[in-house]
Design a protein around this ligand. Structure first.
Ligand SMILES: [Zn+2]
Length: 261
């Protein structure tokens, strides 16, 4: 019973198409919806972001037993392309109007940053809905100088929370040969304050996890060797591992345990 993707109009003036998995019928009536929100391609030149996003979608709609478990327990909301005008124009980083959208999460304008405005409204709506729990936010990018896949996360004063959000990238490192935990870093640089990861890290509740997932434009090095393996459109290793690790993340403190089945 592979779900069909369905189009969903976003709030706000943006004509934004997001994919909704699974179909509402897969969830129990009245149950709290646990949501994983994934965005991609806010920077139009970062084509590997789309390949990883495509890999995640392909995996989630597949017959793989882990994909079926994920669909049974979680709602995946995916906005695969946050900067379609920039992509259409062949821009490297900016939208049609010349904005780096990933510096405008704090106060997006419906006129100047419509896709960002629409996605932010949707996320805030979910955040305010007592029947929805936004568990993960992952924004997919590509990196022009670093190798491998890696993540950026947030820094918190609360040591326990800080340690807890390091678990997902550690799991990725164990499950994906191209993912590097040593290149993963946690920061709160002023220059990154307008990014999705930083803004949502401050907005969402204590048990939500927000990351930027970066994948090299070029290649990855397998641990213990010096050989570089070029990334290709078909190589979705990271995507599959990201989904698998979501299953292994374990229970939220105080939350119900989700059995991997
Ligand atoms: Zn980027």
């Amino acid at each position: 019973d592979v779900p069909q993707s369905s189009s969903q109009a976003s709030p706000g003036p943006a004509c934004l198409t997001s994919l909704l998995f699974p179909l509402a019928g897969n969830l129990h009536d009245g149950a709290e919806q646990k949501v994983v929100f994934i965005t991609g391609r806010i920077h139009p030149g970062e084509t590997p972001s789309s390949f990883v996003c495509q890999g995640i979608i392909d995996f989630l709609v597949s017959h793989h037993p882990i994909a079926q478990v994920l669909r049974d327990h979680l709602v995946f909301k995916i906005a695969p392309m946050l900067n379609p005008d920039g992509v259409y124009l062949g821009n490297y980083r900016c939208s049609l109007m010349g904005f780096d959208l990933n510096r405008h999460w704090l106060d997006p304008s419906p006129w100047a940053h419509p896709t960002l405005y629409g996605v932010k409204q949707l996320i805030i709506q979910m955040h305010n809905d007592p029947k929805t729990s936004l568990e993960f936010y992952i924004d997919i990018h590509a990196h022009s100088t670093m190798m491998n896949g890696f993540m950026y996360g947030n820094i918190f004063e609360d040591e326990e929370k800080f340690q807890r959000q390091a678990v997902f990238p550690k799991l990725l490192c164990q499950n994906a040969e191209d993912f590097s935990f040593s290149s993963t870093s946690f920061n709160r640089d002023a220059v990154k304050a307008g990014t999705g990861r930083r803004f949502l890290g401050g907005l969402l509740d204590h048990t939500s996890y927000c990351y930027t997932l970066e994948v090299s434009f070029f290649s990855y090095i397998i641990g213990g060797t010096t050989a570089t393996v070029p990334y290709t459109e078909e190589a979705c290793i990271l995507s599959r591992a990201a989904c698998t690790c979501g299953r292994d993340q374990g229970p939220r403190p105080g939350g119900p345990h989700v059995s991997p089945g």
